[in-house]
Design a binder for this molecule. Structure first.
Ligand SMILES: C[S@@+](CC[C@H](N)C(=O)[O-])C[C@H]1O[C@@H](n2cnc3c(N)ncnc32)[C@H](O)[C@@H]1O
Length: 273
């Protein structure tokens, strides 16, 4: 589980420091997501939900100079990283905001986009209903989220190294909260969205590359995701043993000069009812 208070605190700070590596881990997905977004036609106001350090917002603003893009995120550190990266883009702004209650009468989106930024709402129906209310008529939505943990080796393999990892509620806010398409369809329909569609995207999640890909992956895992959480919780010998197992796992996944894991996402599309 990762809730909004964690994003506002230490988890957001880590992502803000590691954005080059998180962007790298999503590279093939981002290409497909951007292509799908650019098929949305004549949209002029685009809001990026949970924009993080801003890669998706920046790519869309560059590709659509005729549109205004607003990146929204609940983490002040991530918005600050995004604003710094994007300075100079005339059609792009970022704001610290909780998307589940955000409304701005001076910016009525006709398209919402998101790369993995919508799975952390405490009450997803209320959040998506708010987004519908805040959007133009016939507004569209193109979002990505992870599919099931069993299809995401980067998560299951790390989880298998953690002593007594809690199984938890699969629908709790977190990376896999939107894995079940029936659930997502139900949430969006109840919240005022229709024509809900799902495209499966399989991609290589690159955790380490460069001169020493294994060391790079270990450093990345030490800051982001389930391994970072385990490292924070473990102490002494248990911590050392976990780091050894993590190093072995990274070695096992070293192929073609990079540490790679199978990853699986949905691109979810919908239209305001
Ligand atoms: C997995 S990260 C993805 C970040 C970014 N979209 C990317 O692809 O690098 C999830 C993001 O959602 C943001 N987030 C979580 N809850 C939010 C909320 N209620 N409103 C706005 N942003 C939120 C987090 O701060 C974080 O930046």
């Amino acid at each position: 589980m990762t809730d909004k208070t964690e994003w506002q605190g230490q988890v957001g700070t880590s992502w803000a420091r590691q954005w080059q590596r998180t962007d790298r881990s999503f590279t093939p997905l981002t290409e497909r997501l951007v292509a799908r977004i650019l098929e949305c036609g004549d949209v002029r106001r685009i809001a990026d939900i949970g924009c993080g350090a801003g890669e998706l917002s920046i790519k869309i603003a560059d590709a659509r100079r005729d549109a205004n893009v607003l990146g929204l995120d609940i983490s002040a550190d991530l918005v600050s990283a995004a604003s710094e990266r994007a300075s100079g883009s005339p059609n792009l702004k970022f704001a610290v905001a909780d998307a589940s209650v955000w409304q701005d009468p001076s910016f009525i989106p006709d398209l919402y986009v998101s790369r993995h930024g919508v799975m952390f709402f405490d009450d997803p129906v209320a959040a998506f209903a708010n987004l519908a209310t805040s959007a133009a008529e016939n507004a569209q939505m193109v979002l990505s989220c992870f599919r099931a943990p069993s299809e995401n080796a980067w998560a299951t393999k790390i989880a298998s190294l953690v002593p007594s990892a809690p199984s938890g509620d699969p629908h709790a806010p977190g990376p896999f909260a939107f894995a079940d398409p029936e659930r997502v369809k139900g949430i969006l329909s109840e919240a005022g969205w229709t024509d809900v569609g799902f495209e499966a995207v399989d991609f290589d999640y690159v955790a380490g590359s460069g001169e020493d890909p294994v060391a790079d992956a270990l450093d990345f895992f030490g800051h982001i995701g389930p391994a970072a959480r385990a490292i924070r919780m473990l102490e002494g010998d248990a911590r050392i043993a976990f780091l050894d197992r993590l190093r072995e796992l990274a070695h096992e996944h070293l192929h073609d000069g990079a540490v790679r894991f199978a990853a699986a996402a949905w691109i979810v599309t919908a239209r305001k009812n």
